[in-house]
Ligand binder design. Structure first.
Ligand SMILES: Nc1nc(=O)c2c([nH]1)NC[C@@H]1CN(c3ccc(C(=O)N[C@@H](CCC(=O)O)C(=O)O)cc3)CN21
Ligand SMILES: CC(C)C(=O)C(=O)O
Ligand SMILES: [Mg+2]
Length: 288
């Protein structure tokens, strides 16, 4: 085992960076903290299954979020609201099994932590013990302070999530947050509150770029932006959005890096055409 060297300010496995580093052991929240000190930007992606997660591991993605966006991106619901803790436990366990290097963060679904800190600890404990995640994420700033505090005191690293919090869609819609003086001040209070509660990082969703930059300068924990401009410490995207697999509209902050829907549709049609024409299977696909 190599020792963590705070003096050299490097990840403990000797690799140079979260992304592009060569280490094979799991990335920890300590490595994430050191990246902010180095001023290093890093990428996060969601994943909901072992196979997709193994691709992102191979690509060097250092942090994978098993998002409750699995609700609309993997399970066919309209929103994230119906997703259950049982479902998140199963999907998180698959992502852990499919990876060796990335830190796996399990999203706590709606209804699994809002009752209070004790419920939050019971839910987070399932993701840690049954799925094997290295951290959990929950939505809310000041309103989730007590939950974050108890989880952190209990030894579970917590990623916070403020700005647009999709589990509250029925109350807030999918609107930009932190616009105007009052709302900006509230977002800053939320950011400081989750940091004070012990969160190791915070997602800023759909907030004005200048405000996200201010939060990033103010906090000592890393900020992870989604629709929050270029000046956060990290970025996150939903994997089916950036690879062109999400059915229907995607948020305008998404950059699409591939069109997997087209690739898969063409492949399925080519296979179907072969079957109908009798050109698949060929002798090499048969046993004799
Ligand atoms: N496929 C997918 N991608 C996501 O990024 C995502 C999910 N699902 N599900 C959970 C949450 C919900 N998110 C959303 C959903 C909708 C908008 C949206 O419609 N935004 C408008 C802008 C609204 C405004 O300007 O006020 C847009 O057109 O992008 C944004 C984020 C982000 N998360
Ligand atoms: C969009 C990210 C931050 C998320 O919470 C999810 O994918 O569920
Ligand atoms: Mg989520």
């Amino acid at each position: 085992m190599t020792q963590l060297s705070a003096a050299q300010n490097k990840p403990s496995d000797g690799s140079k960076a979260l992304y592009g580093g060569k280490g094979t052991r799991r990335i920890t929240v300590r490595d994430i903290a050191l990246a902010k000190e180095r001023g290093e930007k890093w990428p996060m992606l969601t994943a909901y299954d072992a196979m997709t997660a193994s691709v992102f591991d191979e690509a060097g993605i250092p942090v994978i979020l098993v998002g409750d966006s699995a609700g609309n991106c993997h399970l066919g619901y309209e929103t994230t609201v119906p997703v259950t803790l049982d479902q998140m436990t199963m999907l998180s366990a698959a992502v852990v099994r499919g990876t060796t290097r990335p830190l796996i963060v399990g999203d706590l679904p709606f209804g699994s932590y809002q009752e209070g800190p004790v419920q939050a600890l019971r839910s987070a404990t399932r993701l840690v013990k049954e799925a094997g995640v290295g951290a959990v994420k929950l939505e809310g700033g000041e309103r989730s302070h007590a939950q974050i505090r108890l989880l952190v005191e209990s030894g579970i690293p917590v990623m916070a999530h403020i700005g647009l919090t999709p589990q509250s869609v029925h109350a807030m819609g999918y609107r930009v947050q932190g616009r105007g003086e009052e709302a900006a001040a509230q977002l800053l209070r939320d950011a400081k509150s989750v940091q004070d509660a012990g969160a190791f990082a915070v997602v800023l969703e759909l907030v004005p770029a200048a405000l996200a930059a201010e939060v990033t300068r103010t906090l000592h924990i890393p900020t992870i932006g989604i629709g929050a401009g270029p000046d956060t410490d990290a970025q996150v995207l939903v994997w089916t959005d950036m690879l062109g697999l999400t059915p229907g509209r995607v948020p305008k902050f998404v950059k699409q890096y591939a069109d997997l829907r087209e690739v898969m549709t063409n492949a399925a049609r080519a296979y179907a055409d072969d079957v109908v024409a009798g050109t698949f299977p060929q002798p090499e696909h048969s046993v004799h």
